[in-house]
Design a protein around this ligand. Structure first.
Ligand SMILES: *[C@@H]1O[C@H](CO)[C@@H](O)[C@H](O)[C@H]1NC(C)=O
Ligand SMILES: *[C@@H]1O[C@H](CO)[C@@H](O)[C@H](O)[C@H]1NC(C)=O
Ligand SMILES: *[C@@H]1O[C@H](CO)[C@@H](O)[C@H](O)[C@H]1NC(C)=O
Ligand SMILES: *[C@@H]1O[C@H](CO)[C@@H](O)[C@H](O)[C@H]1NC(C)=O
Ligand SMILES: *[C@@H]1O[C@H](CO)[C@@H](O)[C@H](O)[C@H]1NC(C)=O
Ligand SMILES: *[C@@H]1O[C@H](CO)[C@@H](O)[C@H](O)[C@H]1NC(C)=O
Length: 226
């Protein structure tokens, strides 16, 4: 009897672990999307080990990636079990557009950058966006609002010494998109450099929603845009 009881307990425990395992590796679990755009000069400024392949980084916001995301677990999901990147699924027309909107500003191999983003992030939402849709949707998101222009119209342009508060930068973007973006910065010595602007989208990646300010640029020191 005791034997039966303990093996039953063991079975229940094993089942619980198994379910936990399934759920932790489960694909397709995410709450929303983060569409991340980056300011190339900041990428290159903080990249000290190997400089950017192009010594004159682009002066407009480019795509970093479209990331299915989980509210309670900010680093998840990633590296899911979906299909691997297949460059043939990016049509020549789209490829030409992506070379402008989604270049690899660091090492210069655009295809490798797209491959990395799809394999790490895109695969985790493959049930919503297949590979072709993933890149098309990202291109459309990039085109929907021009952050570089929105900021320029608000007199926020690259400057060696001028600084801005978090809300100085968020306000014009929020006004244009009617949604709250998230700003991400990189620290370079004592300077906090604007690096990324994140737009959030609901589960189907169709409707933009407010981002929660969970992490991002600090309030101090003021933000530099160079
Ligand atoms: C988010 O992550 C948590 C913790 O890993 C997990 O329990 C939850 O199921 C995930 N939610 C979604 C919608 O993926
Ligand atoms: C962020 O916003 C979403 C939807 O508005 C909400 O479900 C979530 O709990 C919020 N909080 C955090 C810390 O993510
Ligand atoms: C991924 O999923 C497929 C089909 O569901 C399965 O055949 C394959 O073994 C899985 N691979 C990994 C690494 O889990
Ligand atoms: C760029 O990356 C792709 C995909 O990883 C690879 O197949 C190709 O050989 C790389 N090209 C160069 C010039 O390194
Ligand atoms: C935004 O404007 C800049 C400069 O005016 C341009 O180089 C860039 O391609 C535009 N981006 C989008 C998303 O249209
Ligand atoms: C920036 O201002 C110009 C001139 O007023 C206007 O035509 C353009 O639509 C504005 N761009 C954005 C993205 O707000």
């Amino acid at each position: 009897m005791g034997m039966l009881k303990s093996s039953l307990a063991f079975l229940v425990l094993a089942l619980a672990f198994f379910l936990c395992f399934i759920m932790s590796t489960g694909d397709g679990s995410y709450d929303y999307f983060q569409f991340v755009q980056q300011w190339p000069p900041t990428n290159c400024r903080v990249r000290i080990k190997r400089p950017c392949s192009n010594p004159r980084p682009l002066q407009y916001f480019t795509i970093h990636g479209l990331w299915p995301s989980n509210y309670s677990n900010p680093t998840k999901p990633s590296n899911c079990n979906g299909s691997q990147f297949d460059g043939r699924k990016v049509s020549p027309q789209l490829r030409a557009k992506l070379k402008r909107s989604w270049p690899d500003v660091e090492s210069g191999n655009d295809t490798r950058f797209w491959e990395g983003e799809w394999n790490k992030h895109g695969r985790c939402s493959e049930q919503t966006l297949n590979q072709m849709q993933y890149f098309e949707r990202s291109q459309n998101m990039w085109r929907s609002y021009n952050i570089t222009e929105i900021l320029r119209n608000a007199s926020i342009v690259p400057h060696p010494t001028q600084t801005w508060t978090y809300s100085d930068i968020v306000s014009p973007i929020k006004k244009a998109t009617k949604r709250t973006p998230l700003l991400r910065c990189k620290q370079d010595k004592k300077t906090q450099l604007l690096h990324e602007v994140v737009f959030c989208y609901e589960y189907n990646a169709l409707k933009q929603i407010d981002c929660n300010r969970t992490a991002g640029c600090q309030n101090q020191p003021a933000i530099s845009f160079q």
